[in-house]
Structures are given as structure tokens and as C-alpha cells.
Design a protein around this ligand. Structure first.
Ligand SMILES: Nc1ncnc2c1ncn2[C@@H]1O[C@H](COP(=O)(O)OP(=O)(O)OP(=O)(O)O)[C@@H](O)[C@H]1O
Length: 465
């Protein structure tokens, strides 16, 4: 064993004794050591680890180094890896011909144009692209997002080590971007050195195209592979974009391997995203996958109150309940309604009363009250579960047909004004007790079966939009 190996093995053994398993695995185990003539260099996989090790363990490592090598050695901490240690080989795939065809490469890229394009890309990349208003403080917590928020907070406190990647999914306008940017803002606040980037998936695709046209994949890779925290929003936009998926695959591997944090959002559960390679889909599940559900009434009211407070006024709770009862689909629409009421009040110079709110929301309410028909429910549910619409009326009782039928009956009860007997009639002349039983079964299942609950929320959103 060389002197260096001996020093580092002893050092690790000492830390292992002193620290908890989790602390040791998180902070010390990923470090690598290299010794040159005058310095002991410790490599940390990222800036977070470097900062933490510097604050907490620098003095100890320095003491161990002095004990081992004598006082003349200095100690340095760097981000990177010891060139002498071989890193695990990351799976690679060739660029397929259809991938080449996906974007049009520039015929010849003059050096100046290439440099200019990437100077611009680099300057675009200088910032994190985070919205400073999207923080944990401004995010209202409720049943709909509590698990996702708890996971996000844990990751923000320990990026790269808690769950990696974090995959957040849920319908449009439910707060996915807000939540993941809250992680980014938290990390940025606690470590201004951290290299953070928020990017929408469409923008990432555009960056791949640009790199392709300017033959500048090296710069592209260097940038994305060097991040400490990558937040990528609405990954379903990668669907069918093979070259983008390939680049993202490399970036993902490089980041995860280096204990750097990756956070992804999508409007649906990973396995439901079509047109994305299996190797990516399976990687999305390596860390933690959490859902954000549509908020319940009380949470919608709390969100309205919070948004009003941010705008600098206090919202009467009767008004808040009125808006929240009438806008149920997503938070973005809830915000839109509040803004409209506010603008109406400013425009007319009147205070925000229930009457004014009703008047301001007249159009929205008329649109929202559009009747959802039982036929529409049956069609959408049948398409969703890939069964025939006629199965909604049939006597078949196999689970793959009976369950969607029960879901459709429950949606009919929740989204129409039909009575139970009328619903029964619309589902092949069934008795109202059958409808009641279906509603109870679905309500119970929604508590215990997260997939079914998710399906139910998606179907509700589809029908309301
Ligand atoms: N729990 C919440 N508390 C406070 N504001 C929220 C909450 N959830 C969502 N919002 C607000 O609703 C708006 C829409 O949220 P956001 O853009 O994060 O949704 P999204 O799920 O990313 O939607 P999309 O999939 O369409 O991109 C934002 O202004 C956000 O601040």
C-alpha cells in the first residue's frame, strides 16, 4: 500500500468510528484523496459537499495529514475527482440516423459564429433562472402536496444525498414548478456558490438543437454536466426527441454519479409518458417519485388568502370561499380569478365584497357551469381505460370493466346534477343502490390506492377543461 493509500485508509477508518453511518456515507465516503509533493488534495464530488467538509471536517483532516506526513504538507479541498482513480463507466449509445435527422445541422459553422452562439449560451446560463417568489414560504401546504413538500425540503437541506432524482408529477397548474423552484431558491440561499439551473424541457430541447447546429456539444456537455442542481420542468416535452433524450441521459448519469441533484417534473407518472426511452424512464424511478394532487377546498381558500396577502390586501373569508368553491380545477386558474376580482375592484374603485366578486367572475362562472354530460363521462372514462363505451351499459362484471364503470358512475355523481336513479338509468338501467355502492367503493379505493386516486383526478381535470 502506498503512503497515500495508507493515509487515506486510516483517515476513513477514523471518521467511520467517529461519525454516524449516514454522516460518514454522505460526507466522507464520496471524497477522494491525492497527494503531491507539497499538498494533500481532497476531492469532493460537488460544491455542497466541499463546503460542508470545509466547515466541519477540514481541521480534523488537516490534523490527520500532519500526523501522517509531517507539518510541511498543506491541505487543499477541490471539487472534482482524483485522475488516478477510475470512475465507473457510464453506458453509452450511438447516435442513430433518425436522431441525426431530428435537427438540421448547419452545413459549416464559421468559428466566429460558433463562438458568438456559445458566448450567448454561456451568458444565458450564468443565472439560475429561478423565480425568487417561488419559495417554501409562499407555498401553501395541504393534503394535496404535503408529501411532495416534505421530500422537497429534505432534498433542499441535503441535495444530492436525500433522494436522487426527485420526480414530481401532477396536473397542470398544481404547483410543480413552484415546488421545485423552492428547492432551488433554498439551496441558492444557503450556498451561493452552488451551480443551479432551472430549465423548462422545451428550452433544453432548443439548447440541444443549438448545440447541434453549431457543432458545439462539448460546450453543451461541459455546462450541463458541471451543475450541482439541475431542475428540469415538464419532461414530457422530451417525447419523441431522441437526440435530446440521449444528451439528457448523459447529463443525468454524470450528475447522479457525482452526487449532484436532479429534479424532474412531468404532468404524468413516469411510466405513462409516451415516446421516452425505457432507460430514461427507469432512471426516473431511481430516487423518489411523488404526486401533487388538486387542492381541496380549504387549501384553495388558504392559497387565495396567501396570494391576496402577497398583493398587499386582506381577503374576506366569505369571498375566498366563494372563489374557491367555483374554481376547482387548478391553482393557476384560482390565481387568475383573484387577479380579475382585484382588477375589477381597482377599476371600479369599489371594495372587494361578495357582490363585486360575483360580478367580476360572471364570465368565468358561466364558462365553468358548462354542463358535463354523462355521455361525455362515459366516453372519456372508456377511452382512458381502453374499453368500449358500450361496456358502460353492459352487464359484464370482470374487474377490468366493472372498475372503470364504477369510476364513471362516481364522476357522474360528482360532476353532474343527476340523481342516483338517473345515473343508474344511464348506466344500462342499473338500480340506484348499485350507483351508491360504486361511489362508496371508489371513495374507499381513493384513500388506499394512489394510482386510482391519480386516475380519478386526471379524469376530473380532463372533463372540466
Ligand atoms: N400550494 C400552493 N401555494 C401557493 N401557490 C401555489 C400553490 N400551488 C400552485 N401555486 C401557484 O399556482 C401557479 C401555478 O403553479 P405552477 O406553475 O408551479 O404549476 P405547474 O404544476 O408547474 O403547472 P404546469 O404543469 O402547467 O407547468 C403559480 O403561480 C404558483 O405559485
Amino acid at each position: 500500500m502506498s503512503a497515500v493509500d495508507e493515509f487515506w485508509t486510516n483517515c476513513l477508518a477514523k471518521f467511520e468510528k467517529e461519525l454516524s453511518v449516514q454522516q460518514f456515507n454522505t460526507w466522507i465516503k464520496p471524497l477522494q484523496c491525492q497527494v503531491d509533493e507539497e499538498a494533500v488534495v481532497i476531492f469532493a464530488p460537488n460544491h455542497f459537499t466541499l463546503q460542508f467538509v470545509k466547515d466541519r471536517f477540514f481541521a480534523k483532516i488537516e490534523k490527520y495529514a500532519n500526523d501522517h506526513f509531517g507539518d510541511q504538507m498543506s491541505l487543499e479541498l477541490k471539487v472534482g475527482s482524483n485522475a488516478a482513480i477510475r470512475r465507473p463507466v457510464v453506458e453509452k449509445s450511438a447516435v442513430t440516423p433518425e436522431v441525426e435527422a431530428e435537427v438540421e445541422p448547419a452545413k459549416a459553422t464559421p468559428l466566429a459564429a460558433k463562438t458568438a452562439a456559445f458566448r450567448q449560451l454561456a451568458s444565458n446560463h450564468e443565472t439560475t433562472r429561478l423565480n425568487p417568489n417561488f419559495t417554501f414560504d409562499t407555498l401553501v401546504t395541504g393534503k394535496a402536496n404535503q408529501l411532495a413538500r416534505a421530500a422537497a425540503l429534505q432534498i433542499a437541506e441535503n441535495p444530492g444525498h436525500a433522494y436522487n432524482p426527485l420526480f414530481v408529477y401532477g396536473g397542470s397548474g398544481l404547483g410543480k414548478t413552484h415546488l421545485i423552484q423552492a428547492i432551488g431558491n433554498f439551496v441558492h440561499q444557503h450556498n451561493s456558490q452552488a451551480k443551479i439551473r432551472y430549465i423548462h424541457a422545451e428550452r433544453y430541447v432548443a439548447d440541444v438543437v443549438k448545440a447541434y447546429q453549431h457543432k458545439a456539444f462539448d460546450e453543451f456537455k461541459r455546462y450541463y454536466h458541471s451543475l450541482d442542481l439541475l431542475l428540469i420542468d415538464d419532461i414530457q416535452f422530451f417525447s419523441g426527441k431522441n437526440r435530446t433524450q440521449e444528451e439528457f441521459f448523459y447529463a443525468f448519469n454524470a450528475l447522479i454519479e457525482g452526487h449532484r441533484q436532479v429534479i424532474i417534473t412531468s404532468d404524468r407518472y413516469p411510466k405513462e409518458i409516451e415516446g421516452i426511452e425505457d432507460r430514461l424512464i427507469s432512471r426516473f424511478g431511481w430516487g423518489l417519485t411523488v404526486a401533487i394532487e388538486p387542492p381541496e377546498l380549504e387549501m384553495r381558500v388558504a392559497i387565495l388568502m396567501k396570494k391576496a396577502e402577497t398583493e398587499g390586501f386582506k381577503l374576506d373569508s366569505g369571498v375566498a370561499f366563494f372563489i374557491a368553491k367555483n374554481i376547482r380545477s387548478n391553482v393557476r386558474e384560482l390565481e387568475g380569478a383573484l387577479k380579475r376580482v382585484l382588477a375589477y375592484s381597482r377599476f371600479t374603485g369599489q371594495p372587494i365584497t361578495l357582490e363585486l366578486t360575483k360580478e367580476a367572475m360572471k364570465d368565468i362562472l358561466a364558462a365553468g357551469n358548462k354542463q358535463i354530460s354523462v355521455e361525455a363521462i362515459q366516453k372519456i372514462v372508456a377511452d382512458f381505460y381502453k374499453i368500449k363505451v358500450s361496456d358502460m351499459h353492459s352487464k359484464k362484471r370482470t374487474r377490468d370493466i366493472a372498475r372503470p364503470r364504477q369510476v364513471a358512475m362516481t364522476l357522474a355523481k360528482d360532476l353532474t346534477h343527476m340523481s342516483l336513479p338517473a345515473i343508474g338509468e344511464a348506466f344500462g338501467g342499473r338500480d340506484h343502490t348499485t350507483v351508491l355502492h360504486a361511489c362508496k367503493t371508489v371513495a374507499q379505493l381513493r384513500q388506499t390506492d394512489s394510482n386510482l386516486n391519480h386516475d380519478y383526478n386526471v379524469l376530473t381535470q380532463m372533463l372540466r377543461n
